[in-house]
Write a new protein. Structure first.
Length: 326
């Protein structure tokens, strides 16, 4: 009996230690400017974080080594796996980065294999917007929603889909690319080479170009027109500048064209909008909701919620850590 008691106690102790060790994972958000790394609890809480300039490393091998060093430091604190979000086209099944939009030298990189060799723990790789969507669906603005479409508005326009708590990537793992849905075949040329894409109308450069056109009679050249940013447009809108308000209204309507397609085809419960331009708040969201209500199919238009992302700059690492936990 005594031997059996200690045997059971020992087995329970090992199981308890295993549970404790597995509740922490590492999330990595590799961006064109900064790379963020965090130790994250099972509840999505960041326990420890670190960050460095991506471009501080002269090539991909140096950057991979820097990431591996951080993983090796954090795994000593109990992490058993790590997820990493990449800003480009990724084969998440095999952990291969096909290419990155704003970071040179990443073509056909077997990132999962390289990091597992350098760290000795399981590595999971995915597109960064997929992971932001996963984080917002699990812990953020769309918590507990059955179906979520997430869009990021910045230099580019990315999208991600989560259904019943799981990322949906599509047949070729490229689902959610709303930025490259054409809303006008005769529209401006997009960076992808096509014409009239959503990104060509609501990416940072397009919004700034629109602002310069609409604001040229309202803002003296020496008062910031040449240094226009989405944040400045919002500040002007807060001061009731009609041209700045018009910039966001026009932007909302272009974005709305793309989202109407998403709503009519996918019928998501929640659409989450993140990225720097989401900071425009009601100046963007109100005309966007109005446009969707007027132009999407009536039943899904009434039901869908269009919300601002809640997790901010932490969404990437939280989502990456969640990927490693699933």
């Amino acid at each position: 009996m005594e031997f059996g008691y200690y045997l059971v106690l020992g087995a329970w102790d090992l199981e308890f230690k295993r549970m404790i060790m597995q509740k922490y994972t590492i999330g990595i958000d590799l961006g064109g400017t900064n790379t963020k790394i965090a130790l994250v609890s099972a509840g999505g809480r960041i326990l420890e974080r670190r960050e460095f300039l991506t471009k501080a490393y002269r090539n991909k091998n140096a950057l991979i080594n820097a990431i591996a060093v951080s993983i090796n430091q954090l795994k000593k604190k109990g992490a058993q796996a790590a997820g990493i979000g990449m800003p480009g086209f990724v084969d998440s099944k095999n952990g291969i980065v096909h290419n990155l939009t704003n970071i040179a030298g990443w073509k056909g990189v077997a990132l999962k294999k390289e990091l597992e060799k350098k760290t000795g723990i399981k590595i999971y790789v995915d597109n960064d917007v997929n992971l932001m969507t996963l984080a917002e669906a699990k812990y953020g603005a769309a918590k507990n929603a059955s179906s979520v479409f997430c869009i990021t508005l910045g230099t580019g326009v990315g999208g991600g889909i989560v259904i019943d708590g799981k990322a949906y990537r599509g047949n070729t793992q490229s689902a959610g690319e709303i930025g490259h849905v054409s809303i006008d075949a005769n529209g401006p040329r997009c960076n992808c080479g096509r014409h009239g894409c959503v990104e060509a109308y609501v990416g940072n450069s397009a919004v700034i170009k629109r602002a310069r056109r609409l604001l040229r009679h309202f803002v003296p050249r020496n008062d910031g027109l040449d240094k226009m940013t989405p944040e400045l447009i919002t500040e002007l809108a807060k001061k009731r500048n009609r041209a700045a308000i018009a910039v966001w209204k026009e932007t909302a309507e272009y974005l709305g064209r793309g989202l109407v397609m998403v709503i009519n085809v996918f019928d998501p419960a929640v659409i989450v909008i993140g990225g720097g331009m989401a900071g425009a708040g009601a100046f963007l969201f109100k005309p966007l909701r109005d446009y969707v209500k007027k132009n999407a199919l009536s039943v899904p238009a009434k039901k869908v919620k269009i919300l601002k992302a809640k997790l901010g700059n932490d969404a990437g690492v939280i989502g990456a850590a969640e990927l490693a936990r699933i």
